[in-house]
Design a protein around this ligand. Structure first.
Ligand SMILES: NC(=O)c1ccc[n+]([C@@H]2O[C@H](COP(=O)([O-])OP(=O)(O)OC[C@H]3O[C@@H](n4cnc5c(N)ncnc54)[C@H](OP(=O)(O)O)[C@@H]3O)[C@@H](O)[C@H]2O)c1
Length: 274
């Protein structure tokens, strides 16, 4: 593990819980000396953690599977360490590097880590509660066996798709940015309920549960969203009056544009790193 923050732990803990890895076989590197004890207190006994400035940290580059979970701005310094470590180890097979870094393409990973087999994983924040969505984009040279292995890393916290790099911008514009759009909608719905007289606490609770219940219904009954909307909107009723207002104010168009803008921004950010 190169980086042991929130996302790395969310991925690692279920894998240890399910017995896919023994804690003794996990070696983690963090940025600051002060984070070592904090990281250890959040992980099962047996996991070893050191800070990146310790000589021992170089051993992480010997591991057959390496999970990169630092912030994107740390990529260059981490890649330099990997390159320096290469001279110390003569590995028969290239290690696997699975990167969680937002906005770093698999091509950029391969340039930064030429001695690795690289995979880019785009995971969304609901993975923190094992309800995530992951897209995997493969670098060159990965056998089917290796691909299967990478999928199993993400299975416990998410549904997994394999997508080519050119589709990842759209994937993350919907799934990675999506939780923020949805949070905004929840907040606005709750504000409406407060304006109509409910307490703040109850309003948030009801807004979240309306959303999760609706998702479940759409999912379990495999309903088209339009079908569900029509089921709820009765003639001359409250829902159709509210929907008419949302259409007038362009809610659908605003959401469509939001996804397009996020995808465009993601493309722009990746090309800046080229
Ligand atoms: N959180 C999410 O929901 C989410 C979702 C999708 C993708 N991601 C991606 O996942 C990555 C990690 O995100 P996060 O939220 O888990 O970040 P985080 O909580 O800030 O964790 C970053 C980790 O990297 C360590 N680190 C910093 N410099 C390092 C170095 N030179 N060598 C080794 N470790 C170093 C940090 O240690 P110190 O604390 O000691 O500096 C910390 O353990 C990011 O690239 C992000 O784009 C996150």
């Amino acid at each position: 593990m190169i980086g042991l923050g929130r996302m790395a732990r969310a991925l690692l803990l279920p894998l240890i819980e399910q017995g896919k890895f023994l804690p003794e076989n996990i070696f983690g590197v963090v940025g600051q000396e002060a984070s070592v004890s904090q990281s250890l207190s959040r992980l099962p006994k047996g996991v070893k953690v050191v800070s990146s400035n310790q000589q021992e940290a170089l051993n992480v580059w010997r591991a057959p599977i390496q999970l990169l979970a630092v912030k994107p701005q740390n990529l260059d310094s981490v890649a330099l360490k990997a390159a320096a470590a290469k001279d110390d180890f003569d590995l028969e097979t290239k290690p696997l590097l699975v990167s969680l870094l937002a906005g770093v393409t698999v091509r950029q990973l391969q340039l930064a880590f030429p001695n690795h087999l690289c995979v880019r994983a785009v995971v969304n924040t609901p993975a923190l509660v094992k309800a995530g969505l992951t897209a995997l984009s493969w670098g060159e040279g990965l056998t089917n066996e290796r691909r299967l292995l990478v999928r199993t890393l993400f299975d416990p916290i998410s549904e997994v798709w394999e997508l080519s790099e050119d589709r990842l911008d759209a994937f993350l514009a919907l799934t990675s940015s999506g939780p923020a759009y949805v949070a905004l909608i929840v907040e606005a719905l709750a504000d409406g309920a407060v304006a109509s007289g409910l307490t703040r606490e109850l309003s948030y609770d009801l807004a979240v549960k309306t959303l999760s219940g609706t998702s479940l219904l759409l999912n379990k009954q495999n309903l088209h969203p339009g079908e569900l909307k029509d089921m709820v909107a009765s003639p001359a009723g409250t829902t159709i009056a509210a929907l008419r207002h949302l259409e007038k104010r362009g809610l659908r168009s605003a959401l469509m544009e939001a996804v397009l803008i996020a995808a465009e921004r993601s493309r722009e950010m990746s090309s800046r790193l080229e």
